[in-house]
Design a protein around this ligand. Structure first.
Ligand SMILES: [Zn+2]
Length: 373
């Protein structure tokens, strides 16, 4: 049993109002930093904007041939939504085995569990390859915190990554990648009664959308992740029914699987869309570790008694910070594994189960033991 109670820590973390936007993660990051520092971890804070604080905490000799194991999670949470809650979203109210509140599942319980496991093992970790905790701000809006840490070289090395996003303690071997872009078509405005004098940007965009709908990725279906997808998520254009529109915009969300070359994909799409203006504002490759990878097999073995059966290869439906961390921790096998209930993420009356948090702490302790053995 961990000396630091991860369930109590989950409730403490929920009380920090880190709803993103605006996030304002500084106080929450400093609270966690103080706990880890007290246990002998070296602490660094990095802010990608005022009070948008991420935390890197590390322990270990630093000279070991084996790099440290990394545990990661984000402290920002999504807004409460329009529906009223029947529990206070920031009080960490408990009812039976449940803790209610925004971020209980996604993903303050996961952070509490790995912080508890890491502090518990601090004395052993100090001697060997060690452990690095990466706690990020701004994940829910474009993975800003992790992107900042990776792009500004604040990360050193890690030999494996555990992402404590909600999986009900089922180990996921990765997730799809993404490419998000905005497309703009322009035209020439004119009076709506004389469209022949103008150039209609919406009609041009309609042709672009038709082309996107017919687009073929031309990659083999991935055995676990399946097919890449494309969704046109937003459309804007025109300023009045009696005007020929001179501008139209769409937002497109592509989710990719291993085997898709993002550079080639984006260049094919640009060719397809011809004269339209394309702005790619997010571009992250898929995260994938082969299920028969040595370490992943050990993760499966460690989870087996908790799940009651050996896990099969499955992937998460959502994106995680791992996609950015892997820019630096290249090649590190990565598992998405945390105590939250995936179907409760971003929901009204979000909750997590205390029993799952207890299980998570035990799994994380076993992963740490396995790493430093
Ligand atoms: Zn999350």
């Amino acid at each position: 049993m961990s000396r630091l109670d991860a369930r109590a820590l989950t409730r403490e973390l929920v009380a920090f109002r880190t709803v993103n936007p605006p996030g304002m993660e500084r106080a929450c990051a400093r609270h966690l930093g103080a706990l880890l520092e007290g246990a002998g971890f070296r602490i660094e804070y990095h802010e990608f904007a005022e009070a948008r604080t991420s935390l890197i905490a590390s322990i270990g000799s630093g000279h070991s041939a084996t790099p440290p194991i990394c545990f990661t999670g984000h402290i920002d949470v999504v807004p409460l939504g329009a529906k009223p809650w029947s529990h206070d979203a920031f009080a960490g109210e408990t009812d039976g085995d449940r803790i209610y509140g925004r971020g209980t599942t996604d993903m303050k319980s996961g952070i509490a569990a790995f912080v508890a496991a890491a502090i518990d093992a601090a004395a052993d970790l100090a001697r060997g390859p060690g452990l690095v905790v990466v706690i990020t701000a701004g994940e829910e809006v474009g993975c800003e915190g992790a992107k900042y840490l990776a792009d500004h070289r604040h990360l050193d090395r890690a030999g494996a990554i555990v992402v404590a996003e909600p999986t009900a303690n089922y180990p996921y071997v990765g997730h799809k990648g993404l490419a998000w872009f905005e497309v703009e078509t322009s035209g020439v405005t004119a009076h709506g009664s004389m469209p022949e004098l103008g150039e209609n940007a919406i009609l041009k965009m309609a042709r672009v959308i038709g082309d996107l709908e017919r687009f073929e990725f031309a990659v083999r279906s991935h055995p676990v992740m399946g097919e890449p997808t494309l969704n046109v998520g937003t459309f804007e254009g025109g300023s009045g029914v009696n005007l020929v529109p001179d501008l139209a915009k769409i937002g497109v969300d592509i989710r990719t699987v291993p085997g898709v070359d993002h550079k080639k994909l984006i260049s094919r799409l640009k060719t397809l869309m011809g004269k339209a203006d394309v702005d790619v504002f997010s571009d992250l490759p898929p995260v994938w570790t082969a299920p028969d990878d040595d370490w992943m097999q050990r993760v499966f073995e460690i989870c087996k008694p908790v799940l009651g059966k050996k896990p099969r290869a499955r992937t998460a439906t959502y994106m995680t910070d791992a996609a950015n961390l892997l820019k630096v921790y290249a090649g590190a096998p990565t598992v998405v594994l945390g105590p939250g209930e995936a179907q409760m993420a971003h929901q009204t009356d979000e909750y997590c189960n205390m029993e799952r948090i207890r299980e998570s702490v035990a799994i994380y302790e076993a992963l740490i033991d396995d790493w430093i053995r």
